[in-house]
Design a binder for this molecule. Structure first.
Ligand code: CA
Length: 229
């Protein structure tokens, strides 16, 4: 089992532009979904939280700037990076775009390879393991490309679920994850699993991490969930 592909949501009303984006992002190894207007875009974010949103400014029903504003004031979605696309090139628009909380901004016609690079930049920030980055936390190192995990230089044996749990933890050390969040991220939203399953796998992960000695780096946060460190 490999890590889930990074998911990019495209919100663009022009069919030809949408197709170019879907084609190129898919070729880059991303899972892509697409919405045709602002309202649909908002619904799709709520339904299946993407890792990055590529958002056109001029959209029917609800403008890109309004979609951006709503996503950034909602605590459930504010951490999702948004790259805004706009045909307008005025500096004032760029400032407005970024003030609304967009994480990046590109003016049409943009270079597709430049856009791919910027999507990767955002992913590196929020989900580094999804693009094959090496993650480290104290003496633990996780290579998401080869799926090798070491502690103090010694290889560890982890099951696929424990590997995914650990990479989720290592992407955001210190962050407290609820059992429900972990279920969504590690098992996927379509899978029905009891939240106690999370406890079982965290237990196995702890056992693997401490098998050769060393402190247990996973912290249980009462009433909240788990955190690394
Ligand atoms: Ca448009």
């Amino acid at each position: 089992m490999s890590l889930p592909q990074p998911h990019v949501l495209i919100v663009e009303d022009e069919a030809s532009q949408r197709e170019v984006l879907v084609y190129n992002l898919t070729a880059e190894g991303f899972r892509t979904t697409a919405a045709m207007d602002g309202e649909e875009g908002l619904l799709m974010v709520a339904e299946e939280k993407p890792d990055v949103v590529v958002l056109d400014w001029m959209l029917p029903r609800l403008s890109g700037i309004e979609v951006c504003r709503r996503l950034k004031i909602n605590p459930a979605t504010r951490e999702i990076p948004i790259i805004m696309l706009s045909a307008r090139s005025e500096e004032v628009d760029k400032v407005r775009g970024l003030e609304t909380g967009a994480d990046d901004y590109m003016v049409k016609p943009y270079s597709i390879s430049e856009l791919m690079a910027r999507v990767r930049t955002q992913l590196r920030r929020v989900r580094p393991s999804s693009i094959g980055e090496m993650l480290t936390f104290e003496d633990i190192a996780l290579d998401s490309e080869t799926h090798r995990v070491t502690r103090a230089g010694q290889p560890l044996k982890l099951g696929p679920t424990e590997f995914r749990l650990l990479s989720t933890f290592m992407e955001r050390p210190g962050r407290v994850w609820s059992r429900d969040q972990l279920l969504d991220l590690v098992w996927g939203r379509d899978v029905y699993v009891d939240t106690r399953t999370v406890d079982v796998h965290v237990g196995r992960l702890r056992k693997a991490l401490t098998a050769a000695g060393g402190e247990d780096p996973v912290r249980t946060v009462r009433g909240a969930g788990y955190a690394l460190g």
